[in-house]
Design a protein around this ligand. Sequence first.
Ligand code: ZN
Ligand code: ZN
Length: 283
Amino acid sequence: MRIHLCGVRGSTPAPGAEFVRYGGHTSSVAIAPDGDVPRLILDAGTGLRRVTGLLGGAPFAGTIILTHLHWDHVHGLPFFSAGDRDDARVTLLLPEQEPQNEEGSAGAEEVLARGMSPPHFPITPAGLRGDWSFGSLAPGVFKAEGFTVEAREVPHKGGRTFGYRVSDGHSAMAYIPDHCPTALGPGPDGWGEYHPDALALAADVDLLIHDAFLRPDEVAAEASFGHPAADYAVALAHRAGARRVLLTHHKPDRTDDALDALATRFRPDPTVTVAAQGQLIDL
Ligand SMILES: [Zn+2]
Ligand SMILES: [Zn+2]
């Protein structure tokens, strides 16, 4: 599989001269079967706009899977021009939400429309052109666009959040862009307690793409926002047996120089790299 990092920022986009090398778009990762165009997209932050450029003028035909519904993971949806055209075919899947009333769980399209409809936004999901379908996911294993995908719920903050493990039968990657330790305090490696589902998603993968929002000196003040120190991501990867870890979901005020410093701090460990928008990884 070929993995395109289309957005590696957390919280909100970060335009500006200080953010050129690592990029300013929010979370989106596009996955292509070998020798093909992307068909499976994880998260629809503003980085989703870059997927249009990977398709060579063709419409998108594939599946978008959301980890959760925070703005930085959905705001690219109405600006995905390869998906918003009459000849596009898009399946959008998101974590099933808790029932809002006694009639049962809310439908995926309805949940999405809560944040994407007037007066918040000019159109609803139904206003997207092309053949769009919307569905809810429970934790478990399913097939999407020829990939095997495993969904597990992981701790974050303010909204049900999944991590995903994607395999093509040859290699496997795990994507956990928003995730915090189950409890503050040192835990087994000094960075917080691990959740068994996060460890299971990352177990023996070729690549783990993981939330690295905070520096250790920021944890005390900001851990309540649902993100870990980068060191937690690295320690989790090692504990789970992941062969590589890519640190992502960068804080929006983390400049290129600051991310260089993060990379330098981990450089003695060749399995750790810092995600940059536009990066391509072949597994
Ligand atoms: Zn996020
Ligand atoms: Zn989030």
